[in-house]
Write a protein that binds this ligand. Sequence first.
Ligand SMILES: [Fe+2]
Ligand SMILES: [Fe+2]
Ligand SMILES: [Fe+2]
Ligand SMILES: [Fe+2]
Length: 431
Amino acid sequence: MSFNALKEKGIPIEKQLRYWHDIAKRKFNKYEVDCYSRTRQILMNGIEVEAWNFKHCFSRFCDDEETMRYLALTKKIEDQQQTTVNWMSPCDQSVLETTLGYEQVAVDLTAWLAQNEPDDYVRETFNFGLLEDFDHLYRYSQWAYMIHGVNPDDIVQAQTDIMLSRPTQNHHNDNVLRLRKHYDKMTASPQTKVNIMTLVAGEQQTHNYYAEHGMEYGNHTLRETFAEIKDVEEEHVNMYESLADPTESFYEKALLHEFTEVCNYYTCYQDEVDDMMKPVWELFLAQELGHLEHAAKLFKEHEKRDPEEVIGSEIVIPCHFESQKEYVRNILENEIEKRLGTDKDYTTIDKLPEDWSSYQAQKTLNKEGSPTECTIHLIKEAKDRDIIIADEKLMKEAPKLLKRGLQPEAQAPDTVTVEEYKEMASETFEF
Ligand SMILES: [Fe+2]
Ligand SMILES: [Fe+2]
Ligand SMILES: [Fe+2]
Ligand SMILES: [Fe+2]
């Protein structure tokens, strides 16, 4: 179906205010919700937080009356949308259960984006980050069980594997090495622009969620685990945002933000199976079309350019959720040794120079141990082994994957060695 967001009629921005009961009333049932309804809810919260943040940033650099009016009116709407979406989380969903949802978003969203990304370099960057979030899901899964007795599969509902990957202790870098080459705003496709903006919003909110909630647990190693993974999410925001062309003006970025919101709500509306959520996506799509119309008008006036040059004339699909096990397995088997190169490129462990600057960062951060390694020692203490949930063939490969994925240099003193891992992998985990 063809859908040109610039030609569709939305709700005028003056008519978008809603009332408290409508803003805050909806909650899903954590036992019944489809895992991909939850991932949509988590992602759209991130999209709204980014939209709201960006508009405040724009306002602080803006001295144009009409633009300030558009920003003032729509900031309030983005904020109301954010409340409605985020507050669908029920109060009995624990921080760790929500956290598993966040990492499921990261894995299955990034895998979808990578497969639909026309730019090879951007795709390679998505695949690089994908394996890291995949390892986070594995580490947090141990905690969901240890703290709440939760089987992580109850959250991911057999759609996403739970499996070790490039070990989290190796995700810490010299943050300068994370900076990537950016696309060219004149030649990049709208799909690339929307893909990147969607992922930045998701990763940023993941970071914010860990920042705001990791301290809510009393267990010291779990607090440190949240701190450690939060640091990687900072690197992910840093990495993905650097892919976008920094010479896009505020007006161009505003246009892209509204278009990204339209595309995401459009996809959510198309895909949604939850009767409570579907009308929300439909309403917010209509609101975002109103925002987009305004942003496009301002862009034309201030930049004297046609908005179609930036966002094209077709909707793009940035957030379709479906099981990506096969794709992720393939990347896992082929790219677990990958590391950041020194020239905004990628390399492998065996080719790292002795003075690779991330070694220093890792030695400092993991000096007294890596909490995500300690996590595995703790679950082994309690249950003889770790939780992994995947098909048998992949489960059997875990020790081999660890051997390939773990850097020999700059290892944390409490690293689970390949020998230790082999021994524990011969046990069976009993829930
Ligand atoms: Fe919004
Ligand atoms: Fe993550
Ligand atoms: Fe991430
Ligand atoms: Fe918006």
